[in-house]
Ligand binder design. Sequence first.
Ligand code: ZN
Length: 69
Amino acid sequence: MTGKKTHPHCPICRAEVALLDQNKAFPFCSERCKSEDLGKWFGGSYLVPGRAASPEEIVEEVRRPRQND
Ligand SMILES: [Zn+2]
């Protein structure tokens, strides 16, 4: 292996995640996975130390229609 940057993997779908400068949904691969993660937080069944949804994110999520598929 060379010294190339390694990409993290999405905690939701395990896809390779673009780095923060190219991906505003970081550390998720997409806005969709980010929303899914927030949904788990709302369900209270998903606890990962070191990451909590900010009040701004929660407000944004509550206002947005939920997409279940
Ligand atoms: Zn993903």
